[in-house]
Design a binder for this molecule. Structure first.
Ligand code: TMP
Length: 204
């Protein structure tokens, strides 16, 4: 089973995943967590380039392609082999991030972006995608406080509002694949809902 977590900045995805993984392992499941961009040596090197605050001149198409380069590597090197071995792969972001950020956020042609992600993933679609939804200003405020600021966070609030709206449109277009959780709730409550959602999907 392939599960992905998505969300605007500061949704808390990254802090939730280790606890979720531990919980599922205690229940006896073999779970492999990973993150994008990154999760492979090549991917982590690309992550540095994309997120470096120095790279202010990066064009949206360059940014889009770099994410796909990191993605194709992790799909082939990590995700597909783990899925073939029968493991549950949980990814902190996947191609929906490209559609939300590079597509909706940068207002690039959505069809072109979709065809690029299809090329990068070889058509591998998650079984379940959880959107941890949070108001843009609240989310960006959390990230600033935690000192995790990267080049994309520095885009305008309008950019991030388009990202969130993009996610919500994607949920509407494919309601069977997505579950939306309100990430503005208390951390413990979000974790509880996340565990419940994922366990229910695994047991199906
Ligand atoms: P994160 O570790 O905070 O989730 O940072 C990843 C950043 O990269 C976040 O700002 C979203 C962005 N991103 C994209 O814009 N497109 C993508 O395809 C992916 C995977 C991430």
């Amino acid at each position: 089973m392939f599960i992905t977590l998505e969300g605007p900045e500061g949704s808390g995805k990254t802090s939730h995943i280790p606890y979720l993984v531990e919980y599922l392992r205690e229940k006896g499941y073999t779970v492999f967590p990973t993150r994008e961009p990154g999760g492979t040596s090549i991917g982590e090197q690309i992550r540095e380039v994309i997120h470096d605050l120095k790279n202010v001149e990066m064009h949206p198409r360059t940014e889009t392609l770099l994410y796909q380069a990191a993605r194709s590597q992790i799909v082939e090197q990590v995700i597909k082999p783990r899925l073939t071995a029968g493991e549950i792969v949980i990814s902190d972001r996947y191609y929906d991030s490209t559609i939300a950020y590079q597509g909706y956020g940068h207002q690039q042609d959505l069809e072109q972006v979709r065809s690029l992600v299809k090329y990068a993933t070889g058509g591998l679609v998650p079984d379940l995608t959880v959107l941890l939804d949070v108001d843009v200003e609240i989310g960006l405020g959390r990230k600033k406080k935690d000192n995790e600021w990267n080049r994309l966070d520095a885009y305008t609030v309008e950019f991030h509002k388009r990202v969130r709206a993009g996610y919500l449109e994607m949920v509407k277009a494919e309601p069977k694949r997505w579950v939306v959780l309100n990430a503005e709730k208390k951390w413990d409550e979000v974790q509880k809902e996340l565990r419940k959602t994922i366990l229910a999907a695994i047991k199906q």
